[in-house]
Design a protein around this ligand. Structure first.
Ligand code: SF4
Length: 334
């Protein structure tokens, strides 16, 4: 069904550094279970939002897909090809040409000493695209036009400090698309921008999806932009996707108590406010990913938790309705 990216049972555990006492006591090694067995598919030209609080594993998932880190377990397929463990540098380089990333911070993701021209020429040189300077210049101009930094001549010689936050993020997007990728991981691409220009940048990214046939993994803590921008949503909690489905199904009929709490926490858009998520209307803090609670990992915070069930048995993921999956023993009745 035109599946662009498929992730199967993906895990990433980071070892916790042990103190000398722990080594002497021969305590078993401990791990941060950042991503703890997630599976999902993204179809061609779909925008899939991975939503959750910080520390839930969404950025680690993005890094795994970008091949910036290796998975502990599980597999990643790009257009049916297993890319979980690329061996040679050549393979990684080839992969990075088709899978690109847009980072959260347009201020630090662009070298401040590079002019816009150099920022955009660098990936072309690394990947050997464009035989001559004039060919590369043409590609750079086209990329700037695509992100609507026009006329391109006005922008190529500017340094990043001569651009606004929104313009810098447009340059970062131009750099991501200049190699003509098929898949883009966008990690909080608008959360550091002024509220007034967030919709503009997301609108631009959507237009590029349509015009260039891109597919996105959109990583965000902000359900309101996920709702506006994406086709599918996966809600992450402590390394698991606890609810996933078509955006309208998840937003209009949330099944998991955590998704419901996140939705209740989304404030009305208010340009005066910098914080997006209010205090969640659920009890306690997110537990550490080193000591994940047994049973349903959300049970210590869940107001519906059932003693003898939720605290002992891990809920399997079920397709509750068409294109709507959930991981909760009591889905549909809470
Ligand atoms: Fe709450 Fe139990 Fe569902 Fe977990 S499985 S979310 S504890 S009701």
């Amino acid at each position: 069904q035109n599946v662009e990216l498929k992730v199967e049972g993906l895990k990433k555990y980071f070892p916790v550094k042990r103190g000398i006492k722990s080594v002497l006591k021969r305590e078993p090694p401990r791990f941060v279970r950042a991503v703890d067995g997630i599976s999902f598919e993204i179809r061609k030209q779909q925008i899939f939002a991975l939503v959750g609080e910080s520390g839930c594993g969404k950025t680690t998932t993005g890094k795994l897909i970008m091949k910036l880190i290796e998975p502990t377990e599980g597999r990643i397929f790009l257009r049916g090809k297993d890319v979980s463990h690329l061996k040679s540098k050549d393979e990684v380089l080839k992969y990075r040409k088709t899978v690109q990333m847009i980072y959260q911070d347009p201020f630090s993701s662009i070298n401040p000493r590079f002019r816009v021209y150099d920022v955009l020429e660098e990936p072309l040189i690394i990947h050997g695209v464009g035989d001559s300077r004039s060919e590369r210049e043409e590609l750079i101009h086209r990329a700037l036009e695509l992100v609507r930094l026009t006329p391109p001549d006005e922008f190529v010689s500017r340094f990043p400090h001569m651009l606004s936050g929104g313009q810098r993020q447009r340059v970062a997007i131009a750099r991501a698309i200049i190699l003509n990728p098929e898949f883009v991981v966008a990690d909080e691409p608008v959360s550091m921008l002024d509220v007034s220009i967030r919709a503009e940048i997301l609108e631009l990214m959507r237009k590029l999806r349509n015009d260039l046939g891109l597919t996105y993994l959109y990583i965000t803590h902000d359900l309101s932009t996920a709702r506006y921008f994406s086709d599918w949503i996966g809600v992450m909690y402590l390394g698991r996707i606890i609810e996933m489905g078509e955006v309208d199904r998840v937003i209009d009929n949330p099944l998991h108590p955590y998704t419901k709490a996140l939705l209740e926490a989304v404030p009305e858009p208010d340009p005066e406010r910098k914080d997006i998520i209010k205090m969640l209307p659920i009890k306690g803090e997110v537990p550490s990913a080193i000591n994940i609670p047994p049973g349903c990992r959300f049970h210590p915070r869940c107001i519906h938790a059932k003693e003898g069930l939720c605290n002992v048995k891990h809920p399997e993921t079920v397709e509750f309705e068409r294109n709507h999956y959930v991981e909760c023993h009591l889905a549909g009745s809470v």
